[in-house]
Design a protein around this ligand. Structure first.
Ligand SMILES: Cc1cc2nc3c(=O)[nH]c(=O)nc-3n(C[C@H](O)[C@H](O)[C@H](O)COP(=O)(O)OP(=O)(O)OC[C@H]3O[C@@H](n4cnc5c(N)ncnc54)[C@H](O)[C@@H]3O)c2cc1C
Length: 468
């Protein structure tokens, strides 16, 4: 970085919050899976919207590209400085304002971690409607920027449905702030909606006004085993229609559960060893056990249901579902394809997948069945090389085999009427595939919006509409 730019950045945030030593910037330069590894020319850690605005103005004036980073748990490489960009890390924007219990809303800084927001809402007698496995690390800003989904979308929708207002710094350093949270406010373009899912390409989100939902303390959590995916999908329709308090509806398949449980798989209860397994949670103010039992007894199950008794057993069932990402990661960096297909197509799609995965590669599929969202993981294909300096081995850039697997899986998704990204976004990983599900006219409109809000094209230049 130009020493003059560095000096100005230090003047804004203080010496200690501008990192340039490669040992210190290394952790900000690689993604959670180890697949995307870049090198930050500097990491800047602002503590307020005004500091973010000043940083962006400096970068805009110097035409210095920057990458916005929250918890760095994104799974498509969007938070990684692949071309030596400056990383703007938002972890210090972690202020939680008091909960407005009348409106059931709260305003929080973009760097607030999801688990802390959950706790903050819980203490006020409410809850936040989005939850996901990365809750201890991912930030509200990153979740808005990716329009994150997670395990409760079936009941509360994605981040877009929770965002009532946003404060953000646009690419020229100007600040837009609309945090009144009015449920009815038809005064022009929906900037909050536009920034939601924009993956850091249109503005740096610094604060957000969020909707909260009722806190349900009575829960039933159960594992239901089915003979195949088709039977599980059929049952999911029944559960959605009959259970008004359905909170989560997750799909796991035998290879994924076996990977998570390891040697314990052989002795696991039958419901967990069925070919297709649903993890179902119902939450309400009054105990929903009877309502749940009367619906489940009509299902064609392959085994006796496994119902969690108490919070410890409940946590153990969820650990199996949430342990998938980590267990897959232990096999080496996977090719991760987060996709959605119409629910009615899921069984046919899953059945067709093995044909597009080469012999010798592993295939682990799981996901949020209630939303038609599957995480397709192909293992044993991405290659890494030894890291002589220690630390995790770097992953080699995708070769022809990787590219053809990605292309074939995503082609199958589109052929089944689906989307090539359900909840993780396009990031860097899927830039070259965007045309598979967006028309030339749509991409031209994306680019026009990008140029309008980020005139010098400095925000996350390798992401989503790269090459604008
Ligand atoms: C174990 C595990 C489980 C997961 N489960 C789910 C899941 O169920 N559902 C789901 O949707 N995702 C899931 N994810 C992916 C990830 O947690 C989400 O994408 C999350 O929203 C990323 O938040 P973050 O703060 O880590 O963002 P980062 O990874 O830091 O950034 C993600 C993107 O958002 C941009 N960004 C970050 N902060 C801001 C900001 N303040 N303003 C503008 N742009 C910003 C970045 O530039 C990048 O493009 C999972 C990840 C892991 C590791």
């Amino acid at each position: 970085v130009d020493p003059d730019v560095l000096a100005k950045l230090r003047a804004i945030v203080g010496e200690r919050h501008v990192l340039v030593d490669p040992d210190l910037t290394a952790g900000y330069s690689v993604d959670w899976t180890g697949r995307f590894r870049g090198s930050a020319s500097a990491v800047v850690r602002p503590a307020s919207t005004a500091e973010v605005a000043a940083i962006v103005r400096i970068c805009a004036a110097g035409r210095s590209p920057l990458v916005v980073q929250g918890g760095n748990t994104g799974l498509v490489g969007g938070s990684v400085p692949m071309a030596g960009e400056i990383v703007v890390h938002l972890g210090r924007l972690d202020h939680l304002e008091p909960v407005d219990t009348v409106a059931a809303q709260v305003t929080v800084g973009a760097g607030v971690r999801l688990a802390l927001l959950h706790e903050h809402a819980r203490l006020a007698g409410l809850a936040f409607g989005v939850d996901l496995g990365a809750r201890d690390s991912c930030t509200i800003g990153g979740m808005i920027a990716t329009n994150a989904g997670g395990i409760n979308v079936v009941r509360h929708g994605m981040m877009r449905q929770q965002v009532m207002g946003i404060e953000a710094v646009l690419g020229d350093g100007s600040v837009v702030s609309h945090l009144s949270g009015l449920p009815k406010d038809n005064t022009g373009y929906d900037l909050a909606g536009l920034l939601t899912g924009s993956e850091g390409t249109l503005g740096v989100i610094t604060r957000a006004r969020l909707r909260l939902v009722p806190r349900y303390d009575e829960r039933v959590t159960a594992v239901l085993g089915f003979a195949d995916v088709k039977a599980a999908v059929g049952a999911s329709g029944h559960l959605r229609r009959r259970l008004a308090d359905l909170d989560a509806l997750e799909l796991m398949l035998a290879p994924g559960i076996a990977l998570v449980l390891g040697t314990d798989y052989a002795s696991a209860p039958d419901a967990l060893r069925a070919p297709a397994v649903l993890l179902v949670e119902v939450a309400a103010h009054l105990d929903p056990t009877d309502a749940f039992a009367s619906v489940v007894e009509r299902l064609d199950l392959a085994a006796v249901p496994l119902v969690a008794i108490g919070s410890e057993q409940r946590a153990r069932l969820w650990a199996i579902r949430e342990g998938h990402t980590e267990a897959i990661g232990r096999l080496g960096p996977p090719i991760k394809l987060d996709v959605s297909v119409p629910i009615a197509e899921i069984a046919r799609f899953v059945a067709a997948l093995p044909a597009v995965v080469p012999d010798g590669a592993g295939l682990v599929v799981f996901g949020h069945l209630g939303d038609g969202n599957l995480h397709v993981n192909v293992t044993g294909v991405l290659r890494s090389v030894a890291n002589e300096g220690g630390g995790p081995p770097p992953v080699l850039p995708p070769d022809a085999t990787v590219e053809s697997i990605e292309h074939d899986v995503l082609t199958l998704v589109v052929a089944h009427g689906g989307s090539i990204s359900a909840e993780h976004g396009i990031g860097i990983a899927k830039v070259r595939h965007l045309t598979m599900c967006r028309s030339a006219e749509e991409i031209a409109a994306f680019r026009a919006i990008k140029r309008a809000l980020d005139p010098h094209l400095i925000l996350n230049p390798s992401v989503l509409v790269a090459g604008t």
